[in-house]
Design a protein around this ligand. Structure first.
Ligand code: 26V
Length: 821
């Protein structure tokens, strides 16, 4: 029984040291004196991985034997962030490991910094999936996360001459110690070709799909350990490879080069992560990716069910599958295909199983984000799935027809197929029809879902709709990110229970007025600001002053998120500080972070403008002691971990109705930042939770936005009615920030004046007034500190542990299954 070897499983300092030394020698094949930083990281990672394995295998075995109901999370993205630190914390051996390192002459901080984070996601949606995996394991819910093992995750961002430049993410280049490839867990995935009817042995009519291309998915497994428990769940990511049989076919005709070509084509499928925040144009490779991971995952679930439970009629009792947005919506048709074509079920029982299996989360209302696929592409790539979708649609529309007495307009609106010049498959409709539950990610978002994009579905099936407001992991976003705050919270609470019940932080409320505690609180914040300042200086050479107010906007760059509203405020301040010697608000450092989708020209221009304003402001001795502007390159989980703890002010300034939830808003507030925000997404609920007096609110409400749009919004009227705003926009147009080039930022200013789709100008005045109030409050440091403490004390609801509990109880009907060590 290798699971009793103390070098493999022991949690003492001596065991860790011995294991590290062994691993460096036997796995990395190195003597200590020639070991590289990566060798040392790998030896440390394997030391920790060994300690996960017993828990992981035990969990798997116990779940299997007990027949526990299992949640399968289907997501095209997992933005995991570094594993090592998280696993050390969840095993409860962070300090022991630090000491073990010290005795070996190694700095744990350096080892941790060596890890390349798996950036297998774009932003909020992918990070949510990672937080959910953390909370599922911590909540002891048996779960499998299914996704794609992208060889290249989200690009690394460099800034050159103020512009974003994309560099390929090579996270696998030094090896990935956390994954275990499972070369025997593979499934064929079919593409192209045609279908044909045939009679089976019982004389029933069945359909056979003769593919034009078969690709194989290979499982790559990563254990996800819960915090303070022995439960470890499975993250199973699929890598695409060419099938052997396919190679042989080509080889036998002597066409070696064609065989190699086919291999490359197959492996392309899991090569690279697509931006999810570009208008959903019909990219064949993207549809290939979606079907690839969905097909492997559903085949795997069916295999597991047959191997453990048996008959397929109990499939939906054993499994529930959550569709993380529409990217995995093909799962509905794929499960039908497997039940019908491979297992010979009739339509009705197959549909009953399918429909009881899936639940669907919507993550955005933006119309341009709704995925639809041209029928022509769909039919060519996935002929059998299209037939099944047509049949789902035929039966569904029959139901609608009877229910609404042949209301043709409604039928057209509900159809899975959008008619028009090019007919398209509506993935959200497929997901909705195939699911027993549909949920939005914040209260406002769910309400809007019911009244806008999913209105007809809500009228049809009101009971299927739920709200589950997002949450984030307190392990990742406090314990890992902000050690000092974690220590302070533990000392206040008397134990570490808050790490898995974040509402325990309510205890802080009694200290909100305590002067001594205020000092501790401010010391923690200052230390985080100092750490960020030192990192930034080392990384970019930019110096920032930790004594200034750190005002941070870190998130994907998008017009709807309105980084340019923030910029208008900054340019306004710059202008006033220069012209009015009396005007001296408290010194501020404006920090921006975020990536722009590579093809999103306006977002890239916004990055350029941030850097251009930074160059002028920071280079101007008249103002640079008062305001400073910094673009922090390559915002990702790792750099986020530096930014969240250091923020005094969190910018959550999207146009009301556009940000489905937001999760950065929660991460900042959890770290004691105060929020300036609109009534959008989860901001609304955060404000209710922390108290409106502890939240800086501004801007139009969603209802007002609709009213203004209906009345005919004319941004130029606002420009002409607000001289300060006009000066700011004219200044941007003047070439001041572009070495005299008056045209560089025209696309941006022109768009604001002519269209302003996200009503930046309409909210400008309210935003600036709110910022002025913030300047006032910040000068009253006792008041600010009190507000900051109360934010943290009352943020408990926004833990992903709570979100997972709600999914578990209301939607998945899953129960915790504790594992003993
Ligand atoms: C897609 C597109 C495509 C067209 C251009 C504009 C645009 C903007 C955003 C997206 C992303 C869609 C999916 C997504 O990432 N949603 C995010 O999900 C988070 C987790 O629920 C949530 O907190 C964010 O508010 C939401 O934007």
């Amino acid at each position: 029984q290798p699971v009793t070897d103390p070098t493999r499983i022991g949690l003492t300092k001596e065991a860790l040291k011995q294991a590290f030394v062994d691993n460096l020698f036997y796995i990395q094949g190195r003597f200590r004196d020639v070991a590289t930083a990566n060798d040392i990281y790998m030896a440390a990672a394997f030391t920790v991985r060994d300690r996960l394995l017993a828990r992981w295998l035990k969990s798997a075995q116990h779940f299997k034997e007990s027949g526990a109901r299992t949640l399968c999370y289907l997501s095209a993205e997992y933005l995991l962030g570094p594993h090592l630190i998280n696993n050390l914390i969840n095993l409860g051996i962070l300090e022991t490991a630090r000491e073990a390192g010290e005795e070996l002459g190694l700095d744990l901080g350096e080892i941790l910094a060596t890890e390349e984070e798996p950036g297998l996601g774009n932003g909020g949606l992918g990070r949510l999936a990672a937080c959910f995996m953390d909370s599922l394991a911590t909540g002891q819910i048996p779960a499998i996360g299914y996704g794609i093992r992208y060889e290249f995750g989200i690009f690394d961002q460099a800034i050159e001459n103020g512009w974003q430049v994309e560099k390929s993410d090579t996270w696998l280049k030094n090896g990935n110690p956390w994954e275990i490839p499972r070369p025997k867990i593979t499934f064929p995935v079919r593409y192209f070709g045609h279908t044909e009817p045939y009679q089976d042995e019982q004389g029933r009519l069945r359909i056979r799909w003769i593919p034009g291309l078969v690709v194989e998915g290979v499982a790559h497994d990563t254990p996800i350990l819960g915090y303070g428990v022995a439960n470890a769940n499975l993250l199973r990511l699929w890598k695409a490879q060419a099938t052997e049989s396919f190679d042989f076919q080509a080889f036998s005709t002597g066409d070696y080069y064609r065989a190699v070509q086919a291999k490359i084509e197959a492996e392309t499928i899991s090569k690279v992560l697509y931006p999810n925040d570009e208008p959903a144009v019909g990219k064949e490779l993207r549809l290939k990716q979606q079907y690839f991971f969905v097909s492997c995952s559903i085949q795997d679930m069916v295999r597991l069910h047959l191997a453990t439970v048996g008959p397929l009629d109990t499939f939906a009792d054993k499994f529930v599958a959550q569709l993380n947005d529409t990217h995995p919506a093909l799962a509905v048709a794929e499960l039908m295909r497997i039940l019908l074509d491979e297992h010979g079920l009739a339509w009705e029982p197959a549909w009953d199983i399918t429909h009881r299996t899936f639940a669907f989360t919507n993550h955005t209302l933006l119309p341009e984000a709704l995925e639809t696929w041209p029928i022509e592409l769909f039919e060519r790539l996935l002929p059998r799935l299209l037939e099944i979708i047509y049949e789902i649609n035929r039966r569904f529309l029959d139901e609608v027809r009877v229910r609404y007495l042949a209301d043709e307009a409604r039928i057209a609106r509900l159809s899975l197929i959008a008619e028009g010049e090019t007919r398209r498959v509506r993935m959200a409709h497929l997901a909705a029809v195939g699911s027993f539950a549909i949920n939005g990610v914040a209260a406002l978002h769910t309400d809007l879902l019911k009244t806008t994009v999913m209105r007809d579905f809500h009228e049809l099936w009101p009971d299927r709709f739920h709200n589950v407001t997002n949450g984030v992991s307190p392990r990742r976003f406090i314990v890992v990110s902000n050690r000092r705050l974690a220590r302070l919270l533990t000392s206040v609470c008397g134990n570490e229970d808050w790490m898995r019940d974040l509402t325990a932080l309510r205890r802080l409320e009694s200290l909100a007025e305590d002067q001594g505690f205020h000092e501790d609180w401010r010391r923690v914040k200052l230390a985080a600001k100092d750490q960020l300042a030192r990192w930034l200086a080392a990384k970019t050479g930019v110096r920032i002053d930790p004594q200034t107010l750190f005002d941070v906007q870190a998130k994907r760059i998008h017009e709807y998120k309105r980084q340019h509203l923030n910029l208008l405020h900054i340019v306004g301040l710059y202008q006033r500080i220069k012209q009015d010697a009396q005007f001296r608000p408290p010194p501020r450092t404006f920090l921006f972070g975020g990536k722009a989708a590579p093809s999103y020209a306006m977002a890239k221009l916004i990055i350029k403008l941030i850097n251009a304003v930074a160059e002028v402001v920071n280079g101007d001795p008249q103002v640079n002691g008062h305001i400073r502007v910094v673009f922090v390159p390559d915002f990702n989980v790792t750099t986020g971990q530096l930014l969240y703890p250091a923020a005094d002010l969190s910018e959550q300034i999207s146009l009301a109705g556009k940000e489905a939830s937001g999760t950065g808003n929660m991460k900042f507030a959890m770290n004691g930042a105060l929020t300036i925000g609109t009534l959008d997404g989860a901001n609304i609920e955060i404000r209710d939770a922390v108290g409106p007096e502890n939240f800086f609110l501004f801007g139009l409400t969603e209802a007002e936005v609709r009213q203004r749009q209906a009345d005919g919004y004319r941004p130029s009227d606002i420009y002409h009615g607000d001289p300060e705003l006009a000066t700011i926009i004219d200044l941007i147009d003047s070439g001041l920030f572009a070495h005299g080039d008056k045209t560089l930022f025209r696309p941006l200013t022109e768009n604001l004046l002519r269209h302003d789709p996200f009503m930046v100008l309409a909210d400008f005045r309210a935003y600036v007034s709110c910022q002025t109030l913030i300047d006032e409050v910040f000068q009253d440091s006792a008041r600010w500190t009190r507000m900051s403490i109360l934010n943290v004390a009352r943020i408990g609801h926004f833990s992903s542990d709570r979100a997972i509990r709600e999914y578990g109880e209301r939607i998945w009907k899953v129960e915790p299954v504790p594992i003993q060590v």
